[in-house]
Design a protein around this ligand. Structure first.
Ligand code: MF3
Ligand code: CO
Ligand code: CO
Length: 341
């Protein structure tokens, strides 16, 4: 998932009032929310950049039509949304059928990795052993891990156990115990095309019922995001809004500092796919766009921090558990199709 702003652990020790003020300022600049007790309130309507462009008298148009080109049905819908001030994609986000086929093939291997792990994850093994299996399966199928070496990330997948939200680094000292919940997140490159997915595994098959509920609700959140996209021309904010409602209804919170993302030709493309927000905000999703939905759902607070020691591991602020599932989707004329299963 795309990291937006994650605070380093060091910041958390700052005097409370100052941190609160800082957060309000940050939220005005970056369109994040402010937490008041259990309620999450959106302070800002994004995006500031569009308002700026409008204020300068220069409206920013993303969707352009070449001179003399016939308007398609899709052009008309996008242009109308753009006129209403909505965020629309640029043409470079629309994949060709060949590219979608390539991403689909990468998705088959990606799914194979996550399937293969189902019977292999057990108590007593280290997260490094999971990484070794992911690396071997990837290489045996002629693919490459997108994680390995990505901005210096040292392993072939992310393994995030219990209170680790995401970006956990596999290592030989972290040994799984029965009842642990672990997310394994793999991004696979095949012939230059990227597919990105993650699943939860319950070590030993049984955990605390509240933890199991967290795992299940996180899965439902992903399915709800998919359902929202059962037709084209929905907004990213429609997905986030539906996911947020479902998580809150179940007494859980939604991580805000990391988002889903466009994917396919690169690891992280536009748009950001927030898992919270307001209907009708964020980018319009049109046929040909490929993106992930990957809600991170927390049992306690939505706030997270980044482990300063490794610069990667994202942990819940209150160290209560977190769960996440991720798929790569392509938007079509009939709604999304999953490419990672
Ligand atoms: N796979 C993650 C995502 O869903 C990103 C992991 S980046 C890594 O976007 F470097 F930590 F692997
Ligand atoms: Co992702
Ligand atoms: Co991922």
């Amino acid at each position: 998932m795309l990291a937006k702003t994650v605070r380093r652990k060091g910041l958390c020790g700052w005097p409370c009032r100052f941190v609160l003020l800082l957060r309000i300022l940050i939220s005005f600049n970056c369109s994040y929310g402010l937490s008041l007790g259990n309620r999450e309130i959106n302070l800002v309507i994004r995006p500031l950049s569009r308002n700026f462009a409008a204020m300068n008298g220069k409206k920013k148009y993303s969707w352009t039509i070449e001179k003399g080109q016939e308007l398609t049905e899709m052009d008309r819908i996008i242009l109308a949304a753009q006129e209403r001030g909505k965020i629309v994609p640029s043409r470079k986000l629309i994949k060709t059928p060949e590219q979608i086929e390539g991403i689909r093939r990468a998705g088959v291997i990606n799914t194979g990795i996550l399937d293969m792990l189902t019977d292999k994850i057990h108590a007593g093994m280290s997260t490094l052993e999971i990484d070794d299996m992911v690396a071997k399966y990837t290489a045996d199928h002629g693919a490459i891990s997108a994680c390995l070496g990505y901005e210096g990330f040292p392993k072939s997948c992310c393994t995030s156990v219990n209170e680790v939200v995401c970006h956990g680094i596999p290592n030989e000292w972290e040994v799984l115990e029965d009842g642990d919940i672990i997310n394994v997140d793999c991004t696979t490159i095949l012939d230059g095309y990227y597919a990105d997915a993650s699943r939860m595994y319950v070590v030993g098959g049984k955990t605390d019922p509240r933890w199991q509920k967290l795992v299940d609700v996180a899965w439902e959140c992903l399915k709800i995001g998919e359902e929202v996209c059962s037709k084209p021309y929905v907004y990213v904010g429609d997905i986030g809004n539906a996911i947020q409602k479902h998580a809150h209804k179940n007494g859980f919170s939604v991580v805000r500092d990391l988002a889903g993302h466009g994917v396919g030709l690169e690891f992280h493309e536009e748009p950001d796919v927030d898992h919270y927000g307001h209907k009708g905000t964020g980018m319009l999703l049109v046929p040909g766009m490929v993106f992930t939905i990957e809600p991170m759902i927390n049992m306690g607070t939505w706030e997270v921090f980044c482990d300063e020691d490794d610069g990667w591991t994202i942990v819940t602020e209150d160290e209560l558990p977190s769960a996440q599932w991720e798929h790569t989707f392509v938007m079509t004329e009939h709604g999304v199709e999953v490419l990672t299963h």
